[in-house]
Design a protein around this ligand. Sequence first.
Ligand code: SF4
Length: 258
Amino acid sequence: MLDWIAVSIDSYLAEVNDYLRGKGVYEKVIETLKILSQYENIYKSLSVTLTSKNISKDNAEGLVKLGKKYNVDAIVFNMIMLEGNLFENIADLMPSYDGYLKFIKFLETELITKYFGDIEIMVGEPWAGLFDPVMLFGLTKIMKTVIPNTRMCSAGLTSLGVFSNGDLTLCLMLREKQFIIGNLTKEKLIDLIDNDILRKIRGNSKVICGLCEYSNYCGGCYARSLQVFKNAFYADPLCPRNIKYLSPVIKEKLKFSE
Ligand code: SF4
């Protein structure tokens, strides 16, 4: 049964969105939202990819207004992924690291509170709880009493991804063969969920993040660890706690100010 539809949109302004997503995309998104707004029983969210072109309080507020207008349930903000050619040519789209941290803090400590109970604001950074660990990681602690495996990064714990060919993965950002657990066109999900990689994920599996006091609540992002450190089980490179493990070249790409 279909219970959640996510629609990608990067700005409430057509020209900014279409600069990032392609000409005419904004209009198609609005048409889609108009149709979806009639379906009360489907959870609807906007997925926003943060770049230097759209990372602003004004854009976040504009997207909330747009979401409310079309009965959207949630807005999910995700950092631009750091993979392949994109990471090599990212300079134009990469926000400064300082600006990015400030924005995540704004979402986590101001926008979520402002629209609490009205529209859900979600931040795709597992470590965003660092801005208020007692409160934010505390919520994960409470959730763990009901779902023991839960962490801020849900990959392989409370969520799995399925590609259009049926391949099952920990997360849709992990497409490499080593992360494909099986294929749902040939195998049953129940027969696939107890394997080595899932057991590893359930443990305290990252080398650096594994040393962190919050690893059991946060976990960091496996995909970004792979993209930057070439090892999914190392560390989330964008976490403020892990800056010291980044090479000068990576720091330059990520626009660190130090
Ligand atoms: S070091 Fe890793 S586990 Fe700790 S807060 Fe950062 S991303 Fe999360």
